[in-house]
Design a protein around this ligand. Structure first.
Ligand code: ITT
Ligand code: MG
Length: 199
């Protein structure tokens, strides 16, 4: 089901400050008034889905039901070709309780090191789900292709950004201007599709 999002309060159903920052910036032009899950004191649901889409929908659905407001959730991750798409939907979980992405990036490198001449192709995926309290929902997916660098570089992004270079670029997502990342990322790609459907 697709429908238009009216101006007004919208819950950004994420507990990741890096994502909330990016989504808030992307929403800027559309008359939505973003409120984060943390500001609303919403719980962080268990991500029991087996796809990015299922996890995005369950996060947005819970936030819409609990807040009585439309809610936008993002489920995203880094998929490494030579690792059969890992860490994928487990991207946050590979960083552990302490959210140590330095450690998660070293784990990826260690696994790649075990594979002879492993290709370094990877892509980020972003599923965005928008749910309304009355049961309506929209889901879209975006993607950006690139390759992994070692050692990681840059501290301007979050998560796996320091190890990812978009195809055709030289700088990692951790080094580029955040405004540029907002235009070219998997999240920007998903957002462009969402805008076409609901704004
Ligand atoms: O579920 P929420 O509360 O939104 O926050 P989260 O951090 O747990 O988010 P996910 O479950 O979607 O896990 C995705 C992980 O993938 C990584 N990731 C997603 N988008 C990224 C991006 O643009 N740059 C770098 N890493 C990203 C990041 O480390 C996230 O923690
Ligand atoms: Mg999560």
């Amino acid at each position: 089901m697709s429908r238009k999002l009216l101006p007004g309060r919208l819950v950004v159903a994420s507990h990741n400050p890096g994502k909330v920052r990016e989504i808030t910036a992307l929403l800027g032009a559309y008359g939505a008034e973003p409120v984060s899950a943390a500001e609303m004191d919403l719980p962080e649901p268990e991500e029991t889905g087996t796809t990015f889409a299922a996890n995005a929908l369950l996060k947005a659905r819970q936030a819409a039901d609990l807040s009585g407001l439309p809610a936008l959730a993002d489920d995203s991750g880094l998929c490494v070709d030579a690792l059969n798409g890992d860490p994928g939907i487990f991207s946050a979980r590979w960083a552990g309780e302490s959210k140590d992405f330095g450690e998660a990036m070293r784990r990826i490198e260690a696994k790649l090191g075990d594979i002879k001449d492993a290709p370094r192709d990877a892509h980020f995926v972003c599923a965005l789900a928008l749910c309304w309290p009355d049961g309506g929902e929209v889901e879209v997916e975006g993607r950006v292709d690139g390759a992994l660098v070692n050692p990681p570089r840059g501290d301007r992004g979050f998560g796996y950004d320091p190890m990812f270079v978009r195809s055709g670029d030289d700088q990692t997502f951790g080094e580029i201007d955040p405004d540029l990342k907002h235009r070219i990322s998997h999240r920007a790609d998903a957002f462009a599709k969402l805008v076409g459907l609901v704004f």
